[in-house]
Design a protein around this ligand. Structure first.
Ligand code: ADP
Length: 490
C-alpha cells in the first residue's frame, strides 16, 4: 500500500501545532503496518537545504508565477517530496503569516499550488512510485480532493483529516479561475462558502472519507457550537466521517529514560517522582509537603483551553491546601491574571510564562494532576503525556479528552480502571467539584497509586491509530485483508 500524504507542516522541520506531529509520526507508525507513506511538503527555508541536495523528481516551467520542481529527499526517517517553488515558499518564519502578523496575501496560490501538485502526483506518480491513496491534511491541502474529483481521468481515492476546524482557508470567489477549478464547482454543494471559496469545505465535499483526531470530536463537529459553520457539510457526510485518536511518541515521552527529568521512574516504581516534585517546588517557588497535591497546567493560554475557569476555581483549589504550577503563554490578559495570582499567593501558586519543552516534561514527571479544562479539544496531547507520566489528567468532557481519560467515578475506582477526572458541562462549578474529587482521591494513597499505575499503563502510542488509518486506506482501495497478508509475506 502506497500513500501520498499532503500537508503544510511536518515535525521537526516546520511546526505550528499538533498537525506537524501527526504528519511526521504517521509514516513511521504505518511502516510497521507494511504501508509506504511519502509526505509532500512545501520547501520552506527550513527545508531548502534538503531540497538542494535531493533528487529532482518532477519539473514545472511555471506554477503560479514561477518555476517549480518536486524533490525527493529522505530525512528523519521520512520519505519526503518537497515542492521547491521559491517564489511561493522561500519565506522565513511562520508558514502562513507575513512578518506583519497577517496572512500572506497569496496563501490561496501557495496552498493551491501544493494541492495541485499533490493531485498531479496522486494521478501520475513520481518516477515509478504511484500512490494508491491520497491523504490530505487540513485546509492547506483541502483542494487536493477537489482537483482529483473534478479533473478528467482516473484518480486514486482520497481522504482528508481535520486537525483544526477553526482554520478553513476562505478566499474570494475569483480565486477559482486562478486555481484552474471549474466555475461549476462554485455551488453550495461544491466549494462555495457564503459567497467565498473555502479550501477546507472543498476537501470535505470531495474527499472519499473524512477523519478527525478523536471519535468524540467527530460527533461534536456536526453541532453548530463545534462545527464553526461547516457542521452541515460534515453532517451530510456523516457515514464517511471517522474519528481516529492521535498517539504520542513513546520514545520522546518515556519517564524511564527522559533526560529532562531529575529522576526517571516507571509504573512499577513511581516513588522516584519525588525528585522531580522537589525540583518543581524549587523552580516554581512552591511550599510543597508530601501530602500536598500539586496541580499543573502546560498550555497555550487561549479561550479554547478554558483556563479562565481555573482562575475562578483558585480559591477552591487553595482552600484544599493544593498547589498550582502553570507553564504557558498566549493571551495577554490570561498571562497577567495568572502572574497576578502567583503574586497574590506566593509559595502556593507558581507561574512561568513562556514555552519551555524541558520544563513541560519535568511538570509531567513531578506534578500529581494536570488540569485541562478545554472548551473544545480535537484530540489533545498533554492529557496523553499526563497518563504516561502518572500525572493524572483532570479534563473537560469534550473531544479527545473525553475519549482518553477514564473518570474516577465510584464504579471505575471499584473496578480499578480510573485514570483521571472528567467534568461536564465545561464551567467553573463542575471544574471546582472535579478539583475536590481529585484532592479526595489524592488523600487516599491506595486509590491514588492504583490510578497512577493504571494511567501509566494506558495505551497512548501510535500502533492502534496506525492500524485504524491502515484499515481505512484498505476500505478506500477495496483491498481485502488476505491481499494485505500476501503483501506482508512478500
Ligand atoms: P494544542 O495543539 O491545541 O496547543 P495539544 O495538547 O494538542 O494542544 O498540544 C500542545 C502541545 O504543546 C503539547 O505537546 C504541550 O506539551 C505543548 N505545550 C503547550 N504549551 C507549552 C509551553 N508553554 N511550554 C512547553 N510546551 C507547551
Amino acid at each position: 500500500m502506497r500513500i501520498l500524504s499532503a500537508a503544510s507542516e511536518c515535525a521537526p522541520f516546520i511546526k505550528t501545532g499538533g498537525l506537524a506531529d501527526v504528519v511526521s509520526a504517521l509514516p513511521v507508525a504505518l511502516a510497521a503496518e507494511g504501508a509506504e507513506m511519502r509526505v509532500l511538503l512545501p520547501a520552506y527555508p527550513a527545508l531548502a537545504g534538503l531540497a538542494a541536495k535531493g533528487e529532482t523528481a518532477l519539473s514545472l516551467r511555471k506554477l503560479h508565477g514561477g518555476p517549480a520542481r518536486v524533490v525527493a529527499a529522505r530525512a528523519e526517517g521520512l520519505d519526503l517530496l518537497l515542492l521547491d517553488a521559491p517564489h511561493l515558499f522561500d519565506r522565513p518564519g511562520n508558514p502562513y503569516l507575513a512578518p506583519d502578523g497577517k496572512d500572506w496575501p497569496d496563501n490561496h496560490l501557495r496552498f493551491g499550488a501544493l494541492s495541485a501538485i499533490a493531485a498531479k502526483i496522486a494521478r501520475e506518480g513520481v518516477g515509478d512510485w504511484r500512490p494508491d491513496v491520497l491523504h490530505a491534511h487540513d485546509w492547506q491541502a483541502g483542494l487536493v480532493p477537489a482537483y482529483l474529483k473534478l479533473g478528467a481521468g482516473a484518480s486514486p481515492p482520497s481522504l482528508i483529516t481535520i486537525h483544526n476546524i477553526a482554520f478553513q482557508g476562505v478566499f474570494p470567489a475569483d480565486v477559482l479561475t486562478l486555481l484552474d477549478l471549474p466555475k461549476s464547482a462554485f455551488t453550495i454543494g461544491g466549494v462555495e462558502y457564503y459567497g467565498n471559496v473555502s479550501f477546507l469545505k472543498a476537501g470535505l465535499v470531495y474527499a472519499d472519507r473524512i477523519t478527525t483526531v478523536s471519535p468524540t470530536y467527530a460527533r461534536e463537529l456536526t453541532a453548530p457550537e463545534f462545527g464553526m459553520g461547516l457542521e452541515g457539510v460534515i453532517a451530510a457526510r456523516r457515514t464517511d466521517v471517522r474519528g481516529i485518536l492521535n498517539g504520542v511518541d513513546l520514545d520522546v515521552w518515556n519517564p524511564e529514560t527522559d533526560k529532562a527529568l531529575v529522576e526517571t521512574y516507571s509504573a512499577g516504581k513511581p516513588k522516584n517522582r519525588r525528585g522531580n516534585r522537589a525540583a518543581l517546588a524549587e523552580r516554581f517557588g512552591l511550599d510543597l509537603k508530601k501530602d500536598t497535591p500539586l496541580f499543573c497546567v502546560i498550555s497555550r493560554l487561549t479561550r479554547q483551553k478554558g483556563l479562565d475557569l481555573l482562575l475562578e476555581c483558585l480559591p477552591r483549589l487553595l482552600g484544599r491546601g493544593a498547589r498550582l504550577a502553570v507553564l504557558g503563554s498566549g493571551d495577554k490578559d490570561l498571562e497577567s491574571a495568572f502572574a497576578a495570582a502567583a503574586k497574590a499567593h506566593p509559595g502556593r501558586i507558581g507561574v512561568v510564562i513562556g514555552y519551555d519543552e524541558a520544563l513541560s516534561h519535568l511538570l509531567q514527571g513531578g506534578s500529581d494532576v494536570i488540569v485541562i479544562p478545554s472548551r473544545f479539544e480535537p484530540c489533545g496531547l498533554t492529557q496523553l503525556y499526563g497518563l504516561r507520566y502518572g500525572c493524572l489528567p483532570l479534563v473537560g468532557r469534550t473531544g479527545g479528552l473525553a475519549d482518553t481519560v477514564i473518570d474516577a467515578n465510584e464504579a471505575a475506582i471499584a473496578d480499578g480502571v480510573a485514570t483521571g477526572f472528567q467534568f461536564a458541562p465545561i464551567a467553573a462549578a463542575p471544574l471546582g467539584d472535579a478539583i475536590d474529587r481529585a484532592c479526595d482521591a489524592y488523600a487516599n494513597r491506595t486509590i491514588w497509586k492504583s490510578m497512577m499505575r493504571r494511567a501509566m499503563r494506558s495505551d497512548v502510542g501510535w500502533d492502534r491509530s496506525a492500524a485504524a488509518y491502515y484499515a481505512l486506506y484498505q476500505e478506500l482501495t477495496g483491498m481485502r485483508p488476505e491481499d494485505r497478508a500476501e503483501e506482508e509475506t512478500r
